[in-house]
Structures are given as C-alpha cells and as structure tokens.
Design a protein around this ligand. Sequence first.
Ligand SMILES: Nc1ncnc2c1ncn2[C@@H]1O[C@H](COP(=O)(O)OP(=O)(O)OP(=O)(O)O)[C@@H](O)[C@H]1O
Length: 577
Amino acid sequence: MIRRLLSLTGGEQGTQLRRAVWCLGAAAAVQGAAFGVLLPVLRALVSGEPRRVWPWLAVLAVAVAAYALLHNRGVVAGRRAGYALGGVLHERLGDHVVTLPLGWFTTTRVGSLGRVATQNVMSVMGVPGHLLDPLAHAVVTPAAVVAVLLFTDWRMAVGALVAAPVVIAAHRWTGKLVQRTDQAADAAAAEAGGQVVEFARNQPVLRAFGRSAHGFALLDDALVSSRDAARRMLRTALPGLAGFVLAVQTAFTALLVLGATLAAGATVDVPAIVVALVLAVRFTEPLLSAAELGAALRMASGSLDRVEAVFADRALPEPERSAPTGPPAIEFDRVRFGYDDRPVLDDVTFTVAPGTTTALVGVSGAGKSTVVRLVARFFDVGAGAVRVAGADVRSLRTADLLGLIAPVFQDTYLFDTTLEDNIRVGRPDATEDQVHEAARLAGVTEIVRRLPDGWQTRVGEGGTRLSGGERQRVAIARALLKDAPIVLLDEATAALDAENEAAVTTALATLARGRTLLVIAHRLSTVVNADQIVVLDGGRVVDTGTHEELLARGGRYAGFVAQRENAQGWRIATGQK
Ligand SMILES: Nc1ncnc2c1ncn2[C@@H]1O[C@H](COP(=O)(O)OP(=O)(O)OP(=O)(O)O)[C@@H](O)[C@H]1O
C-alpha cells in the first residue's frame, strides 16, 4: 500500500511519507524496547539496593523521550503526507481529466469522478494521516516485544512466536471473509447513495406523477439491496472477527499459563515474570486492533483502486504537431462507429462545404448526436475518417481541433456568475465591447435589460435563472465571441415562446453567416433553409440533398416534414409548441 502511494506521489510528499513510516516504525520499536528496560528496573527495586535503579530509570527516561520525539515527528509527518497526498491526487486528477476525450464525460462517469475526488481521496489520505500510527503499533510493537522477551525469558518469547502464526492465520482468514462481502456492500451502498441523489434531483417529475418515496422502485430496490448486502457482510464477517479475537485471547491466556507455570516452578524470578506478563499484554493488545485496521486498510485500498482506475483511462493519442489545415469543411468518409462494440454508425459519408449549413435529421436514436460528437473527437472512429478543415481529426492536436469549432449544445452549462462572464467563456481575452457586441447579435441584450442587476446579475447554478431559450442565446453569444469557423449546433427541442423563437432564429442566422454549420435540426425553418440535409436512419445516411430535392424524392424526409408541420400546426393553433 505504501509503495502504491509512493508511486502516486513524488518529491516532497514522498519524503514526508517515508519519514512518517520510519519515525512511526522506530517509535513503535522503541516503545517495545522500553518495556524491556522494566526488567532491570524491577530487579533493582527488589534487590535491596534501590540506588541501582537510577541508571536504568535514566535509560527508561531516554527511551520514553525518544519515543515521544519519534512518535510526534512521525504523526506530524503522517498528517502532512496525508494532506499533501490529497493535494497531489486532486491536482493529478484535474490534470489527467482535462486530457481525457470529451466522450469520457458521461453522467455516470462524472458522478463517480465526484465520489473519487471526495470520498476515495479522503480515504486514501487517511492512510498516512490516521492509519499509519496504529498500524505501526499493531505490527512493530508486538515484534519488538518478542525481541525483548528473548532477553527476559526465551521460553515466553518462543510461546509468543508460536502464537504469532495462529494469530496471523486468523487475521488472514477474517480478511478474506470480510473482503468477499465488503466490495458487494460498498457497491450496494454507492448505488443506494446514487439513487437517493437521483430521487432528490427528480422530485418535480416524481411529484408531478404522484410518486412518493415508496413509489420510487429504483430507490426502494437500491436501499433493500444495500441493507441485504450489509447484513450479508455482517453475517459472513462476524464469525471471522469472533475467531480472530478468540485466537488473540487464547494466545494471551497461553502466555499467562506459561508464565504462571514457569513462576510456580521457580525457573524464573518474579521481576522477569511480571515483565513477561506485562509484555504479553502489550503483545496482544495492539493485535486486537489489527482486525479493525485491516478493514480500514482494505477500504483505503479499494479507494486507491478507484483513483488508479481514473488514471488508467487514457487520453486519445495526439500527434506532436497538428497537420496543416485548409478551408473549414467537414468530411465523413465511410465512418463506422459503435459505443462499447454496439454499432451505431455504419458507412456514414457526407461533406459539409466551407461556409455552408448542413442539417442532420432523423428519428431519435438515428445517430445524429454521435455524428456531431465525432467531429469534436469525443471518440475515435472504428473505421473510416472524420476530417475537419481537410485534416483527419486524429492528426490534429486537441487544442487546435477545438480551436476550429464552436459548440452550441442543448445542455448549455452556465456558471453561477454574471452573464458577462458566462459569455466571456467563448473568448476569455475579449474586450467588454466585443462581449457586448456578441450579446447584441445573439439577442442577449434584451435579457440583460430585464435582469435586476443588468450585466452583473448572477445567473444561478447551471443558469437556472434563465429559460431554455435564453440559455441557448447565451450559448450562441459564446460561439459568436469565439468566432470559430465551424459551428456544431444541437438545436433546442424544448418549447420556445414566441420571443425566444424569433430571437434564436435571428441569432442563428447571424451565426451561420460565413461559417460552416453542422446542425441537429429540430425546427422546420432551420431544415428548409439549410444548404444540404443529411437524413440519418439506423446509423446510416439514407438520403442527402436540399429540401426541394428530398421532398421530390418522397421517402423518409417527406414523412419527417409532415410530422414537423403537424407539430408546428398544433403550436400555431394553441400558441405553444
Ligand atoms: N454515450 C453513449 N454510450 C452508449 N450508447 C450511446 C451513447 N450515446 C448514444 N448512444 C446510443 O447510440 C445510438 C445513437 O444515439 P444518438 O444520441 O447519436 O442518436 P440521436 O439521433 O442524436 O438521438 P436523439 O435525437 O434522441 O438525441 C442510440 O441507440 C443511443 O442509445
């Protein structure tokens, strides 16, 4: 475990960790040795010459002082190493996560990353911070005691040595029993925790459909599984824990009996037997805490596994230098792609000419979002190639590729800061005038006028103070400010009121001017006005052309248009979509 921690840290933190290990190990050994000095102290006291006790008391005092010093330094170094480890792990997680492809960031992964960065890192920090000290006492002190017993009475030392394998075997057995059920209990508890969060997050939906806590089957099931797993763990672990305590106590009793027998036979003097018995207590006491420490260590080791699993996820390979790029076209060349080996796109080929707009249409699940994600290299294709500005996306460095692209996705995330700062995300070094101009073109200025503190109004976590249409206008302003030659757009499916609809249409028209647009289109006006429409079905391109061409050919596109017209007809009649 320490070796694994050392491999994750380096330099200063590694030195602190090593110092903690050495100091606490030495402190525990000195403590064991200090008990050995008890023998000459006792012998001097019963010898009738109490003056002989002083030198030994001086030795004892030195040992106690050395213990206090080493222990203190070890504990401080351990705490420091713990905090430093937390800092290093957070920093490394941050550095690593930014290299991961965008496709890595699914809701599940982001959720578990949250657990890794908090619970798991805390648990790993606890190893040098809190576990090392009792661990050193549980392992080194009994070993030192046996060494001292060798000098006070070798027969008791042999007795303790014979007991050691029994105790170790019992410890291993308990560990295995607990480990088997521990992981299942951990996973069930994590699942239950996730479901509680899900349950809280989805209260509006659940309440709208009249579902109480008891009606939310997923949460019920997760809680029942968690409780069952915890019970199973207790049932399996209890005999092991009881067996371990029994083994330690038996070893202790055997040592007591051995000591008493030796004393009764007068083969050892009274001070030696008193010291031996004190040592027997010191031998067994820390061992008893070993079971608990074992469980804590296993938990920390599981946490470390999860931290290492994040580090094991690799960034997509990048070239040293980006290939040269040309005009901002997008090309899909016989692209095949699947998530987890499940084919999603098959033989997808189309080209978006520079400065033109291509609308992707198709039923839900046809693969439209996947196509857009492949342009931004969320994932690498299974076969074929995606080219942006004439270069295979795999031959461009991530920063260069993303520099060419401005995304306007549906789930636009707004930070809980001012509107101005949120737009500035598009180009951090933009002047105030540039930000305001982008905002004007995207129709954000109207929103600003309504807000209580104007530009300085905070938009709430995730932009909760803005409507869906308003959030999309902010996203368009960001894209305008970034001024990238290619825009990837996932049009809002959410209902837009008349004001938002008009504002978004105008903003999109501005955005499209002079740029290459690939848009997942939901609004009929966007589709009709596109230079090219690509119809996807079941992960294949089934038709390509302009609105008139496709309509003339009939087929799936005609069905799509009829369906949209119906939807919009209903919208016009009722005043909402
Ligand atoms: N991250 C993912 N992991 C696994 N499967 C995925 C993932 N994202 C999408 N899929 C699957 O890939 C297929 C295509 O999904 P995609 O989101 O590209 O379709 P879409 O046409 O954009 O659908 P919608 O209009 O509903 O967003 C679907 O079957 C979907 O379940």
